[in-house]
Design a protein around this ligand. Structure first.
Ligand code: MV4
Length: 505
């Protein structure tokens, strides 16, 4: 039985894990860098230990230091969250060798899926459809030409050690092939220390659909249906939802079975995700497998009604999966918006800084997985995601309408956020009708980035900042003269700011 878990992460995912641990009555240990001394994961855990300077290479990626804290705190297990060390096979190995439970798959499964050429080979052997192309490294330029002649243009060059869009090149013509091959190789070498590149036929306008799977140590597997993640920007997911509008019960059953076959072929343990590209005709192709809990896992939790972190912990301590495939039912619809400290009207420039005013949405069907609080300084050192706003509804329409309501309620002052951009997507006609694929943001530039939006937003932000300052001053006044009552004036200022912002939008 696991009694104490060290969480080798920060931000919203660290809090998410702590919450499940609390409910399971498992003790929690946080680790933190210099800049995170006052972060929420430090406050919420039962114990917290400093592990090093702010740069993640010297803190959240410092395996030996994290293991030292695991020993010192008497932890039984380590949960890596996502990012950082979560898909590092060497870390999974070291954790096990040091006598702790790694909450995730085996080092072997991580390694197999981390090498995309090996993963393709294993998928072909398991009967999982992959994008037509090579299951081996491209040898040289003659070899590349030969493969392209067989596969047919356009093709994609991908780094075997890559994934998530890093080191990719789209090739339309034979003239482009050689320079792009050289570029892909040197980029792969520079990024991953491995210049192995493979070739896939280019799928023109696909959907990115992924299946959540769970496996235990006794060979039992279930899938928890799909997530539609096609709304992306520069290979960063922006919005995720489940169910997918293009899914049919038949296709879901078939793809779910293939996702399980993929997991089974590497003796997968724990929570994992099998990513597919799906074309307009319902053809689907394995893309890659993510061997971690994903950012977008909450939409699955809402619609399937299970706690994925608890399942991870159960499976890691050797328990059998408590549910069977037949018991899995999708109920309603869930949408997730990722809220970033970025300026959508200035090329998504990171906007770190102090959150001077924060009001998070709440109410029926609303879940906020966040970590910032009023007064918190969002560091530049890590991912700029502030929170995930997740809504649930009986229907897609209700979940989306609820998302608009929740985004309207959300007030973050001090840093620029992607909230205005997310509102524009939620109100977009094609999005509302479910007519979108991976090109959605690129093909809706005009609607999503209207000419005057940056000016508009600046005005709203300035107004909001002034309102916050007035509230702050009013608050101070009330504190020095408590006989002022509940402050009618204060609410008048609030009202002013809100109404103005709404009419402006
Ligand atoms: C592709 C593709 C088309 N054909 N592979 C981008 C991220 C990485 N996970 C794989 N990606 C793609 N691979 C083939 N053979 C198109 C993309 C792609 C994409 C995929 C999912 C979501 C958004 C995307 C945006 C551009 C390209």
């Amino acid at each position: 039985m696991i009694k104490k878990i060290l969480i080798a992460n920060r931000g919203e995912i660290a809090l998410r894990i702590i919450r499940s641990c609390r409910e399971l009555q498992i003790q929690t240990v946080s680790v933190y860098s210099d800049i995170d001394r006052h972060a929420m994961h430090v406050r919420l855990a039962d114990e917290a230990y400093h592990i090093g300077p702010s740069p993640s290479a010297e803190s959240y990626l410092n395996m030996d230091k994290i293991l030292e804290i695991a020993r010192r705190s008497g932890s039984d297990a380590i949960h890596p969250g996502y990012g950082f060390l979560s898909e590092n096979a060497e870390f999974a190995e070291k954790v096990k060798a040091a006598g702790f439970i790694f909450i995730g798959p085996t080092a072997e499964a991580i390694r197999t899926m981390g090498d995309k050429i090996t993963a393709r080979k294993v998928m072909v052997a398991a009967g999982v459809p992959v994008v037509p192309g090579t299951e081996r490294v491209v040898l040289d330029e003659t070899d590349a030409r030969k493969i392209v002649n067989e596969v047919g243009l356009p093709i994609m060059l991908k780094a075997s050690a890559g994934g998530g869009g890093k080191g990719m090149r789209l090739v339309h013509t034979m003239e482009e092939l050689m320079p792009f091959l050289r570029a892909a190789r040197s980029e792969a070498e520079a990024s991953f220390g491995n210049d192995a590149v493979y070739i896939e036929r280019y799928i023109e306008s696909p959907h990115h659909i992924e299946f959540q799977i769970l496996g235990d140590q006794h060979g039992n597997y279930i899938h928890l249906c799909e997530r539609e993640c096609s709304v992306q920007r520069r290979h960063q997911k922006v919005i995720e939802e489940t169910p997918s509008v293009l899914m049919t019960p038949e296709l879901r059953k078939e793809m779910g079975e293939k996702a399980i076959a993929a997991a089974r072929s590497v003796h997968y343990e724990g929570a994992g995700t099998v990513e597919f590209l799906v074309d307009d005709k319902g053809n689907y192709f394995f893309l890659e497998m993510n061997t971690r809990l994903q950012v977008e896992h909450p939409v699955t939790e809402q619609v399937i009604g299970i706690d994925l972190v608890k399942e991870q912990i159960h499976v890691a301590q050797g328990d059998r999966l408590a549910i069977t495939q037949k018991q899995i039912r999708q109920r309603g619809h869930s949408v997730e918006c990722r809220i970033y400290a970025e300026d959508p009207d200035n090329n998504f420039m990171p906007s770190p800084g102090k959150v001077i005013k924060l009001r998070e949405p709440n109410g029926p069907g609303v879940r906020v997985d966040g970590y910032v609080y009023e007064g918190f300084d969002i560091p530049i050192h890590y991912d700029p995601m502030i929170s995930k706003l997740v809504t649930y509804g009986a229907s897609r329409e209700e979940a989306i309408q609820r998302m608009i309501r929740a985004l309207d309620e959300y007030q973050i002052i001090g840093v620029k956020t992607s909230i205005p951009f997310l509102k524009r997507i939620m109100k977009n006609r094609d999005f509302r009708e479910g007519k979108y694929n991976t090109h959605f943001i690129d093909t809706h530039q005009k609607e999503l980035f209207p000419e005057d939006s940056s000016e508009n937003n600046r005005e709203i932000e300035e107004l909001a900042a002034i309102t916050a300052l007035l509230e702050y001053l009013e608050d101070k006044k009330t504190k020095t003269a408590p006989s002022n009552g509940m402050g009618k004036k204060q609410s008048m200022w609030k009202e002013f700011g809100r109404k103005k912002a709404v009419t402006r939008l």
